[in-house]
Design a protein around this ligand. Structure first.
Ligand code: FES
Length: 120
């Protein structure tokens, strides 16, 4: 793996239906691969910043995903968020090569500070 990272084949394009998302794991990176209804693929971390719930099962609306637990909305493009989330989620560069969905992985997953439970 170079300093910039390596492109890793995470899924087949046929594994992720249009308008849906699937969870994947690669060397400690918990990933969510989403395909928008217009056929674009995105990769984000599979962890809501509100209360550490996974985002799988979340509805895809345009280029956003809605957390299935309390409905926070995250951009699949840049991870920006709406309430009740309190921080963005990590996004990964993603590309399609042939029938593979590839994600640019660089280094180990980040450890994130989380708010105390009373803050949520
Ligand atoms: S856990 Fe995602 S919005 Fe609350």
């Amino acid at each position: 793996m170079s300093e910039e990272g390596s492109w890793i084949s995470i899924a087949k394009t046929t594994d992720v239906e249009a308008g849906k998302c699937n969870p994947y794991e690669h060397e400690g990176h918990n990933l969510l691969i989403a395909q928008t209804k217009n056929g674009d693929f995105y990769a984000v971390e599979n962890l809501c910043s509100h209360a550490d719930a996974t985002l799988e099962g979340g509805r895809i609306r345009g280029t956003h995903i809605m957390c299935p637990l309390h409905g926070a909305r995250f951009s699949l493009i840049d991870g920006s968020f709406g309430p009740p989330a309190w921080a963005p989620i990590k996004t990964y560069e993603c590309r399609v090569e042939g029938d593979d969905v590839q994600v640019l992985i660089s280094g180990p997953p980040e450890k994130k500070a989380r708010p105390a439970m009373g803050m949520i």
